[in-house]
Write a protein that binds this ligand. Structure first.
Ligand code: SF4
Length: 1557
């Protein structure tokens, strides 16, 4: 254990040695431990608190205290007093501008010891809180700021707040006084502020750790416990509850110095009840209870102890307590403290009373002074106990010989003529008894550089001793040293600039930001500059400024001072509301004119524009202290726009202390009536933000936009912000809406809801004035959402109801109960559980089957028999629907399962983690659960069963051994006459029963009770081009709220060859805005894909697409999909010929069911297109009623471009040009395909096999015949083995081709020669043979969206409005603006530049990359893809640049799962998702898509990816041969073996599985 110094103080060797000793400069050993005052204080605060409010510049920037606090808490160090089980105090991090002292009220009122570590920057603005906290035992440790030259006015200006103030000067004192502060707060029941200038002790020798035993003694843990048992009343932090610290004493016993007696705090009304005659005087004096008043508020007592007295704590009491504490301290550690400290000769005549830094430096200089120096032998006085001000103690402290005192106050913000300390001294020494002090002279202490200390002392003493001393003389440099950076300036998270950028985009030069952070506000601190009052003031000033400017312009119009004529004529066209163009023209004319008058006007040129004035604030405005400013602005009725950014993450909203609840500024402003209000979230709806800002600008009056931008740390990635935003908006915590009071005049509702769910408070507001009814009328689709709005805690209830309903159902059934719980991601565990339930029931058991998450865990100890089946997700985690159960049980020590029999069956894949160190993930959830339930006393019905995908029959192998053991254990293994089980329903059954793809889709769409459709219909809608998905970012949260997943639909268009007209582009854009999530994905198969279309909008979206003459039929499903074609910008004529073939093939293979039109395009009123329902029996000449076994894909490539990856599809057609330059036919490849299942070696990617040449005329027939042979011979039993690639490999290429030729009646000709050069796009401008222009845009991963940085979607739409050519979507998810005439070229180029769409200056790596959608919409995704690949590339670009490879193209692809939508197996380097954050890495693919790659590493995370890629890229740059591509290089240097064909994909992988031992 570490000890405090026990040695007595060193003998005094010179008058000021005590002060120097405390600094220990240069005299102590160096192996001591504590280095800074903040560390010393943090340690004491940690030991002495339940809760520490750590005030920090930003969440991600530690303060000098917090870095220590977080370290101790991270190590789980125990505090001496923390009452919680762990003994670890709670550290609450609060940004310094977020009203930090609000956080103190709740815990302290609940009997928790609270301390605050902060800089002085928060004190003045916290005054209202300080008055209320003064009578609570709170300790605030304050490090004075700015660091090198602190301003003590932050202390003097709060000196009357009722707090006790203690000051420390040295490192050692910081430790001792911190401890004093805590002990004093506990004993006196009053708040204590301990302040110090950390800079003063920066050079002190390091000190020992505190002695914990001493701390314990001094704190007095009995008193601590008594406080912790108490609960203090008072619920409001907005009104003074009249509480004062008071003391109960027995009149016979005086208060003792040991502080045995302690004060407690009671509300004044209690005292009032007890002593009515004194009530009013005590109540009113409550706040001053710590000033030097000798009024003892003794009141006669009426409590149970007859003789006890309750009275307010007085300054004498404080003195007695603190003296007691210091006496104890002296005894334990030998150091002595008094309320005032004097150092210097006992016979000194002159003294300095210093209230500032540098006390040690002054003392040293005096000691070192020669005897003839004017300041020699001066004394130095400082206040240790600054408040209460104990004048009598000061008189006791200073020697009688002192005649003159110079008061040095380091106060930078001076508000009164005389310094507060000077007044204290004057009152004490002039008015008080005794003392021969004749002269007291105030000085303003500025910054004293070390080399100027002597000079300063000389000046002070000369003044002091002069006949007529000057009061308020300035000493030192008043401005202080120049500080390079203010750590406490407001920091903004990177993402926060998003809203600023949008403001800038909309208003451009018209934008006037009144309080922009980081702007120069003439020396005003950023904290003040960001206040609403400050900004508002500056806006009003700006307004006046403009009025004056208007007058100046009027003058100028008549002036003769211009040199040229133009300014005057333009000025005469100007009016205060003139448009941008006129302002631009005037400015241009003034610039050419150059006269002094012009220059003068130009210096205010911003005022020519009708400005859009904005005040931008943070959520700090929503707390008490900022809110009044907001109120002020709204109440003014001025035409001012406020943008208030709220950054509390959704996930943290519940954790927030109730006292810290922010005001709902939106709601508050709506209540006001005269204000335009909008609630927006840029990461949810960009267009809504635009709309709100434009409307706010147009509104003539105050506008308030509350804007959501959640983050945990300022450096969070945009993805975190996005996910938090989505949750908040989806669940109604942050509804999107607009409220426009002007709408009423137009006969429109004031309120428009732009998201779907709202919180109760908003609903109540709307309900009051009929707005809700209006809203429901306008948007009937919202009604079901609005009835289950945010905030209803229904989940627990639901669980209970579900379980009870089950139990009821089982009543009356005999037999033993068996509860079967499952956790399942892919359905296997669920299916097994349900089957087990049926089988149990057949055996006479009372079986109950539930998902683990639906089970109320409190029932578990009452179960008789429980079996749990769980599969394994991610890195050995429970599947999603097992999480809550596992979290509830894993650390539970209270559940008693002694009377429960249980067994677990786990499902997993023993090869999923090939590395030895990861092996334990195999079936980990099941094994963990087995262990925990055993530990809780459960008895095993049977040992855990392990299902392994690698066993001969997969998990069934293990299962078949386990299930009989359960029946045995329950005594039902010998039951006879069990019924036969029906076979499971397959996709084939669904297709067959669907009546040509109708199923019950229509009924499902009409069912408003759910956002979903039935499982069989989910299979069928794929044939119609749409999949049901749910937003995986929201799954957990919605589950927790008792809501079904956020279901929505993905719609994929069918767009042969990827060609769309500009008009179609706009129509697609409309569809995405009106029905989808405001974005479009250009897919790897050259078509548009929409996400986030909710069921209620699905039909409308389909109709929108069909109106634009596109369709979605057969865009997904077991049919021929969209037919692709190279986009070929350089040869338009030839492209047209080939593209025509893609259309022909597409049309030829289209299914002919009429179900599509019937379901999607039927309009209830339009009988004409209604197909006569059942009367029509559909007929599918090509497909038949069960369509194909699996999807079927056709693509066309035009050499030398393999941009469509011709080897990757079921049929790949390579266009062959004749000698005349026209298309003659195609080489046909068959059997390509990408989809794979991890660790299932029976699945593999495959490149197409060459069948031979076929003519243009016959190509669609040849394709048809290949498809028909697959239709009849493909595997319809196992969907994982159903693609054409397996049929061909199973039959043999020759046999398959033979069957095709037989059906076709023709033979393939010998393949014609061709040559590919690459499979990537050529970005930028190109000209074709007719001189038309084509521009290939870089669309990262095909995502068309607007962001604050890059409004790409808007830009493309604007271009589409004027463009006369066509758009071509490429197979690499990029876009070409095609066929642009030279005439239109400048216009298009201008627009591209305006929207930054002309930028193709990206690294070769980025340009050659592509990623699939994956999270959040794809249900199969195991890892992020589209949202992550760009980040990964950024991390690699450094190495790329360093090694001079910026231009080099390396094909890198990523997918979220092995389904392989972005064709990863053909990339030179690929990453395929394995678990969240983990990827399999593949190397060695062919540069132009001709060769498959091979597994290099399994399940690696970013760190390992970078570790492999960085040196490899470097090596490639150094060792490659001329023209050698990256994939070929990896093979040549032996990193990876070449994959020669699909069947050998799994052979010779670099990372063999390690043997199990
Ligand atoms: S590759 Fe997998 S994760 Fe990516 S979009 Fe396709 S199915 Fe989804």
């Amino acid at each position: 254990m570490a000890f405090l110094f026990k040695s007595p103080p060193h003998p005094l060797s010179s008058p000021h040695s005590q002060r120097k000793e405390h600094h220990h400069i240069g005299t102590m050993a160096t192996n001591l431990k504590i280095r800074t005052a903040e560390e010393a204080v943090a340690r004491i605060a940690y030991l002495s608190s339940d809760v520490i409010v750590s005030v920090q510049p930003a969440q991600s920037i530690e303060s000098e205290f917090s870095s220590h606090l977080h370290r101790y808490a991270g190590r789980k160090d125990k505090s001496l007093v923390a009452a919680g089980e762990s003994g670890v105090p709670e550290i609450q991090t609060i940004r310094h501008n977020a009203d930090p002292l609000l956080s103190v009220f709740t815990p302290v009122r609940n009997g928790r010891l609270v301390s605050v570590t902060t800089t002085s920057s928060i004190l003045v603005s916290s005054v209202p809180h300080l008055y209320r906290l003064a009578n609570l035992p709170v300790v605030i440790h304050v490090s004075l700021q700015p660091a090198h030259y602190p301003d003590y006015s932050s202390i003097t200006s709060i000196r009357n707040s009722g707090f006790t103030f203690l000051q420390s000067e040295t490192l050692q004192e910081a430790q001792d006084i911190a401890l004093t502060a805590h002990a004093l707060a506990i004993k006196s029941g009053k708040g204590v502020i301990h302040f110090f200038d950390a800079g003063s002790s920066a050079q002190d020798n390091h000190i020992e750790f505190e002695d914990v035993e001493v701390v314990k003694d001094i704190l007095n843990l009995d008193v601590v416990k008594a406080f912790q048992r108490s609960r203090i009343g008072g619920t409001s932090i907005y009104a003074d509850d009249g509480r004062i610290a008071s003391i109960t004493e027995a009149p016979t016993l005086p208060i003792t110095m040991e502080g045995v007696e302690t004060a407690s705090a009671v509300p004044v009304d209690q005292i009032a009840a007890e002593a009515p005659s004194k009530a009013s005087s005590v109540g009113s004096s409550g706040r001053e209870s710590s000033t030097d008043s000798n009024t003892k508020a003794s009141v006669s007592s009426a409590t149970t102890v007859d003789s006890a007295t309750v009275r307010a704590v007085t300054s004498d009491d404080v003195y007695n307590f603190v003296s007691g504490i210091w006496a104890q301290l002296k005894q334990s550690v030998g150091r002595q403290y008094t309320p005032f400290e004097y150092s210097g000769p006992a016979n000194a005549e002159n003294a300095l009373f210093i209230f500032g830094s540098d006390v040690g430096a002054f003392a040293q200089a005096i000691d070192a002074a020669k005897s003839n120096e004017i300041f020699a032998k001066a004394g130095v006085v400082t206040a240790r106990l600054y408040r209460p001000w104990l004048g009598s103690k000061l008189i006791e402290t200073i020697p009688n010989s002192i005649k003159r005192i110079a008061v040095l106050e380091q106060i930078r913000r001076k508000t009164t003529k005389w310094g507060p300390l000077l007044l204290d001294l004057l009152t004490t020494l002039k008015a008080g008894p005794g003392g021969g002090v004749e002269t007291i002279v105030g000085h303003q202490l500025g910054y004293i550089a070390p080399e100027t200390v002597r000079q300063a002392l000389r000046g002070i003493l000369q003044n002091l001793k002069s006949e007529k001393p000057i009061q308020n003389l300035e000493v030192g440099n008043a401005d202080g040293p120049t500080e390079s950076l203010d750590a406490y300036s407001l920091s903004q998270p990177k993402v926060e600039t998003a809203y600023m950028k949008i403001l800038d985009q909309i208003f451009g030069k018209r934008l006037y930001l009144a309080n922009a952070l980081h702007s120069q506000n003439a020396g005003i601190s950023t904290t003040i500059a960001s206040n609403p009052e400050f900004g508002f003031g500056s806006l009003l000033a700006r307004k006046e400024h403009r009025q004056r400017f208007i007058a100046e312009v009027e003058q100028a119009k008549k002036s003769m001072e211009f040199i040229t004529e133009a300014p005057k004529s333009w000025l005469s066209k100007w009016s205060p509301s003139a448009g941008e163009e006129i302002a631009d023209e005037i400015i241009a004319r003034l610039q050419t004119d150059g006269s002094p008058l012009s220059r003068d006007l130009l210096s205010k040129q911003g005022l020519f524009r009708k400005e859009s004035s904005w005040l931008v604030g943070s959520d700090a405005w929503a707390y008490d202290l900022g809110n009044s400013g907001v109120h002020h602005v709204i109440a003014s009725g001025e035409n001012v726009n406020m943008l208030i950014i709220d950054s509390t993450p959704y996930s943290e909203r519940a954790a927030a202390d109730a006292e810290r609840r922010k005001k709902d500024i939106g709601l508050y402003s709506m209540n006001y009536g005269n204000t335009y209000v909008a609630s927006v979230a840029v990461y949810s709806s960009y267009t809504q933000v635009l709309q709100a800002m434009i409307e706010a600008d147009q509104f003539n009056g105050p506008s308030v936009i509350v804007a959501y931008l959640p983050y945990f740390k300022e450096n969070d990635s945009p993805l975190t912000t996005l996910q938090e935003t989505k949750k908040a908006v989806d669940l109604g915590y942050w509804p999107l809406y607009r409220w426009n009071p002007d709408n009423e005049d137009r006969g429109e509702p004031n309120f428009s809801l732009d998201s779907e769910r709202i919180k109760n408070e908003l609903k109540d507001f709307l309900a009051r004035d009929n707005h809700l009814t209006q809203l429901m009328k306008k948007h009937p689709e919202f009604s079901s959402n609005l009835s289950e709005d945010y905030g209803s805690e229904v989940r627990a209830l639901q669980k209970r109801q579900a379980k009870d309903a089950y139990s009821q159902m089982l009543e009356g059934i005999l037999g033993a109960p068996l509860t079967i719980l499952f956790a399942s991601d892919n359905g296997n565990a669920e299916t097994l559980s349900k089957r087990l339930g049926n089988r149990g029931r057949a055996r006479g058991l009372k079986t109950l089957v539930m998902a683990m998450e639906d089970y109320p865990i409190e029932d578990l100890p009452n179960e008789e028999n429980v079996v749990i089946l769980t599969s394994t997700a991610g890195q050995g985690e429970f599947p999603q629907n097992g999480h809550s159960f596992w979290n509830a049980i894993k650390d539970n020590t209270e559940l008693d399962l002694a009377s429960v029999n249980f067994s677990i069956f786990a499902l997993g894949d023993s090869h999923y983690w090939p590395r030895k160190e990861d092996k334990h993930y195999y079936n980990k959830p099941g094994k963990d659960l087995d262990r925990v339930m055993g530990n809780l006393g459960g008895k095993r019905l049977a040992d855990i069963g392990l299902g392994d995908d690698q066993d001969p029959d997969g998990f069934q192998t293990g299962y078949q051994n386990w299930e009989p053991l359960i029946w045995q254990a329950l005594g039902v293994d010998k039951v006879e006459g069990l019924p036969e089980e029906p076979p499971p329903i397959t996709n084939e059954d669904i297709k067959l029963a669907s009546n040509y793809l109708r199923g019950t889709i229509q009924e499902g769409l009409d069912d408003p009770s759910t956002g979903a459709i039935s499982a069989p219909d989910q299979q069928l809608t794929k044939f119609h081009g749409t999949y049901m998905q749910d937003d995986r970012d929201l799954r957990d949260e919605r589950k927790a709220q008792g809501l079904e997943p956020a279901y929505s639909f993905m719609i994929r268009c069918r767009l042969p060859g990827g060609v769309a007209t500009p008009k179609q582009w706009i129509q697609m854009d409309d569809v995405s805005n009106a029905f989808g999530n405001e974005t479009m994905k250009l897919t790897t198969r050259q078509t548009f894909q929409f996400h986030g279309v909710v069921k209620g909008k699905l039909k409308k979206a389909m109709q929108g697409i069909n109106k634009s003459l596109m369709t979605t039929i057969a865009a997904c499903g077991d049919v021929n999909r969209n037919v692709m074609c190279s986009s070929l910008p350089t040869a338009s004529e030839y492209h047209r010929e080939v593209y025509a073939c893609s259309q022909k093939i597409s049309d030829h293979l289209l299914p002919s069911t009429t179900a599509y039109h019937e379901i999607w395009l039927k309009d209830e009123n339009d009988k004409k297109i209604q197909v006569a329902g059942d009367a029509v029996q559909d007929f599918e000449p090509l497909y038949g009623p069960t369509y194909l076994p699996r999807k079927f894909k056709i693509t066309i490539a035009i050499p030398p471009h393999n941009d469509t990856d011709v080897y990757a599809h079921d049929v790949g057609l390579i266009a062959i040009k004749g000698k005349d330059g026209h298309l003659v036919g195609f080489n046909l490849l068959a059997g390509g395909g990408m989809g794979v299942t991890h660790n299932n070696k029976k699945t593999y990617p495959r490149t197409g096999s060459m069948f031979g040449f076929v003519s243009t005329k016959q190509v669609h027939i040849a394709c048809e015949k290949v498809m028909l042979v697959q239709r009849d011979h493909g595997d319809r039993k196992n969907r994982k083995h159903a693609r054409l690639k397996y049929t061909i490999d199973d039959m043999g290429i020759d046999v398959f081709r033979g069957k095709v030729e037989e059906l076709w009646g023709q033979k393939f000709e010998k393949a014609r020669p061709f040559k590919f050069q690459s499979n990537i796009d050529t970005f930028g401008w190109q000209k074709d043979e007719h001189g038309l222009n084509h521009f290939t845009f870089f669309i990262e991963n095909g995502r068309i969206e607007d962001t604050a940085d890059f409004p790409m979607k808007t830009g493309l739409r604007e271009i589409a409005k004027v463009m006369k050519g066509e758009f071509r979507l490429t197979g690499n998810q990029h876009l070409i603006a095609s066929n642009i005439t030279d005439e239109q070229l400048p216009q298009i180029k201008d627009m591209m530049a305006k929207y930054k769409l002309d930028n193709v200056q990206f690294s070769g790596l980025r340009l050659s990359s592509s990623a699939c959608v994956a999270f959040p919409t794809c249900g199969l995704a195991m890892a992020e893809s589209e949202r992550y690949l760009p980040e990964l590339i950024t991390k690699l670009e450094g190495v790329i640049e360093e090694n001079g490879m910026r231009q080099d193209s390396i094909v890198m692809r990523m997918t979220g799962c092995p389904n392989g939508c972005a064709r990863p197996w053909l990339a030179e380097v690929a990453f395929v998702g394995k678990a969240y954050g983990a990827y399999n890495m593949y190397l060695g693919g062919g540069y132009h898509g001709q060769r498959l790659n091979k597994l290099y590493r399994s399940s690696i995370k970013e760190e390992e990816i970078l570790e492999i890629m960085k040196p490899l890229l470097k090596r490639y740059s150094q060792e490659r041969e001329e023209g050698e591509h990256f994939g070929d290089f990896c093979i040549r240097i032996g990193m990876i073996k070449e994959t020669t064909e699909g069947k050998t994909f799994h052979d010779d992988v670099a990372e063999e599985e390690s043997d199990e031992e």
